[in-house]
Design a protein around this ligand. Structure first.
Ligand code: ADP
Ligand code: MG
Length: 710
């Protein structure tokens, strides 16, 4: 922690590779620190220059007479390595390596990077970069702009971590336009040492940081560690929202997948899982990142989802209403008293209900009266004020009354001042007073929706964990005996037994090797029955015409037997057929899918979603890293689009959600306990009405062959 302080708040900085030639990085970074008004002591290091920008230069770091906290290294890799050795000898506390040509080019570059990391590890020096844009700390006591960017941002409460250097400069430019202030600004480059996780921990301790933004390409250290830290930050003692824009492909790609879970998860599923569980808000574009940062930086969150809209134009009010509703918010229904107050201040043509229309000729007094009335209403948790420039509009006056009212209420007020030129003075006044302001009603409504997402995360339900008993030994035995036979694909025949060990309810299922056996088994089991092809080469049985449900008598069983064999042979003439499974018909229920797939460095990823034969079509699925507890299971189930189908949609029975949550938790235990399970799909699990549990109607498990187990 202390060592990262040396990077962000150093008392002295040496620039190794400071240059006299304008346009060179070594020149510009030195100049940016100098012109940024750095409060500490700055030393240029250059063996060939007497001075840089009129400041005495030192031939080497070791010639500087005083201690140096931070060394900025702007040198080609082989020289950088020598410079790092000097840093160790000098006892610097932190290093930022701006130059490129390291790990990202491979070969010698990679070797040098590894060597540098090793040297610094031993010496306890932290490194940011290489291949990065630098770091910025605009705090008035520090004012360090050790970066490529000539622009020193304002001081503020937003910290930004970026894996892309180029994006950083663009972001600073946008930020200047929108009046954003920053606490820390870090370009992390190759993350040879300091990565997102270190920075999140550091920023969480930093009292000046109240919103964290991350531009991420891939996580160096993901999995549960990252989730735990994120969760603590977003919902621990001093909750700090984290907004992430994630792009690019990752090296943590899913292994070749034979299961639904594998094909659906991809790497996006993995990241969604990590973000969801950590309470991190994922955004889709840089624009959104800014819009939400703007709203979150004001630090006011709605306690509920009912909002009021005050507008001087009908159209934008309707647009805002639409987006409000799709963003998880609702328009508040006002108290009678509020409506009366509105009536007393607004013209007869005004709309006194949500969205409140103060009419195009409104000056600031109408806005003031209307906003005052609605924000006081108990049924209102936040407000959205829309202003379009019309002839009577007073943008600056309106901004002033909004600021005045905002100061007196804990409820968030977000604004949409439509336009650029005519509203600019008003926009500026709002920005200066930390009132979120947007150009379009959609963005304003969406941002308000995200604020409410944060409230919901903070107030999420935390139920006591389930007490579950599993027969781990029995499961291990089944796995061992399959692997001993060289069998890595488990269909229902062995798979159901394995699931039983973890408390799943399964159906009596037996194998018939010929038609007369099938008839005999069906008779014993009792009609109707289900028949399914059993072949390790046919993974999706119904695709091969290999499933017949609801066979009512001997004749139907006989006919089904020959038909299924015929279909299977047509589907895959080379498939080895073990016979046909005869299974009881499951009691009716909603079909859901439970699955698992493994990711190197992250662990098993559990999937839940709408099941049946259309899983890949609707892709209504959600992921979490195992193990999961009851609350995560519950949140997974509630987060799919089809959740209403499980929860009594249109008079249909409510399903046994608690049983479903238990099964998800158990499944996560199963895959943690048995690393030999590489992939698994239960599809469908039939969830019965409340109190009646759930039944597995199909399972497919892939084991890792012992020699390839990592
Ligand atoms: P597939 O290999 O094609 O996934 P399944 O065993 O899942 O084969 O069967 C396909 C569909 O048949 C299931 O999604 C389910 O709707 C239905 N089904 C399968 N087994 C049963 C059963 N025992 N009782 C009732 N319906 C079943
Ligand atoms: Mg199936």
């Amino acid at each position: 922690m202390e060592r990262l302080d040396a990077i962000f708040s150093p008392e002295s900085v040496a620039v190794l590779g400071a240059s006299t030639t304008p346009g060179k990085v070594g020149h510009d970074i030195f100049q940016n620190i100098l012109k940024g008004g750095y409060n500490g002591t700055l030393y240029p290091v250059n063996p060939r220059a007497k001075s840089i920008q009129c400041i005495k230069a030192y031939p080497s770091l070791l010639d500087i007479p005083d201690p140096v906290d931070l060394a900025m290294i702007i040198l080609p890799p082989n020289i950088a390595l020598e410079a790092v050795k000097d840093c160790v000898e000098k006892g610097v506390k932190g290093i930022v390596i701006v130059s490129a040509g390291f790990k990202e080019v491979g070969g010698e570059g990679l070797e040098i990077e590894n060597r540098i990391v090793e040297l610094c590890h031993k010496a306890g020096i932290r490194i940011v970069g290489p291949n990065c844009l630098g770091v910025i700390n605009p705090h008035k006591d520090i004012r360090l702009n050790a970066s490529f960017s000539a622009r020193m941002p304002h001081e503020g409460n937003i910290s930004f971590i970026s894996q892309s250097g180029a994006l950083c400069t663009a972001v600073l430019d946008f930020a200047a336009d929108r009046g954003f202030g920053f606490s820390k600004f870090i370009s992390i480059g190759n993350k040879a040492d300091v990565d997102e996780l270190d920075l999140l921990r550091y920023l969480h301790e930093d009292l000046h940081t109240e919103v964290i933004l991350i531009y991420m390409e891939e996580l160096k250290r993901g999995g549960k560690d990252f989730i735990d830290v994120a969760k603590e930050i977003t919902s621990g003692e001093r909750p700090t929202p984290i907004l992430v824009i994630k792009s690019g492909r990752t090296t943590a790609g899913a292994q070749a997948a034979a299961s639904h879970t594998g094909s659906l998860a991809g790497t996006e599923g993995l990241y969604d899982a990590i973000f969801d569980e950590g309470g991190i808000i994922r955004v889709d574009s840089v624009v959104e990142l800014f819009d939400y940062a703007n709203a979150f930086a004001s630090k006011k969150f709605p306690t509920g989802n009912k909002i009021a809209i005050v507008t001087n134009a009908g159209g934008p009010g309707i647009v805002a209403t639409d987006v409000t509703v799709t963003s998880g918010l609702e328009l508040a229904k006002f108290d009678e008293e509020t409506v009366e107050v509105l009536a007393s201040h607004l013209p007869p043509t005004a709309n006194l209900h949500n969205p409140v229309d103060v009419i195009g000729d409104a000056a600031q007094d109408r806005y003031e009266n209307a906003l005052n009335a609605v924000i006081r209403d108990e049924n209102v948790h936040g407000a959205l004020v829309i202003l379009t420039p019309q002839s009577m509009t007073n943008a600056i006056g309106t901004a002033e009354v909004i600021v005045k009212i905002a100061k007196q209420t804990p409820k968030p007020i977000v604004c949409c001042f439509m336009g650029i030129v005519d509203v600019s003075a008003g926009v500026k006044h709002l920005q200066e007073n930390n009132i979120p302001v947007f150009k379009f009603p959609e963005s304003a409504a969406r941002a308000l929706g995200k604020l409410y997402t944060a409230t919901r995360w903070l107030n999420r339900q935390r139920l006591a964990q389930f007490e579950l008993k599993h027969d781990k030994k029995c499961a291990a035995g089944i796995i061992k005996s399959c692997l001993e036979k060289g069998q890595t694909y488990l269909g229902e025949f062995e798979g159901l037994d394995l699931l039983k060990c973890y408390g799943f309810h399964t159906l009596p299922t037996r194998l018939a090797e010929n038609e007369s056996q099938a008839v005999a088994i069906a008779k014993e089991m009792g009609y109707p029955v289900v028949m399914k092809i059993m072949s390790s080469q046919i993974l999706h049985k119904s695709d091969a015409g290999g499933v017949k449900v609801g066979l009512k008598d001997e004749n139907e069983v006989r006919a089904a037997y020959s038909k299924i064999i015929e279909n299977a042979k047509n589907y895959n003439p080379d498939a080895g057929i073990d016979g046909i499974l005869i299974q009881e018909v499951a009691p009716s229920g909603r079909e859901v899918i439970l699955g698992m797939n493994r990711y190197p460095d992250h662990g098993p990823l559990v999937m839940f979603g709408l099941g049946g034969v259309f899983v890949e079509l609707f892709k209504d699925v959600v992921f979490r890293l195992a193990p999961i507890g009851r609350n995560n299971a519950r949140r997974m189930v509630r987060s799919i689009k089809s959740f209403p189908l499980l929860n009594g949609f249109r008079g249909k029975p409510i399903t046994d959600l608690e049983a479903l949550h238990k099964h998800l938790v158990s499944l996560s235990h199963l895959v943690i306990d048995h690393p030999e399970i590489k992939e698994l799909d239960i599809n469908p699990l039939l969830v019965h009405p409340e109190g009646k549990g759930a039944t597995v109607a199909d399972v497919r498990i892939i084991l890792v062959e012992p020699d390839s187990k990592s």
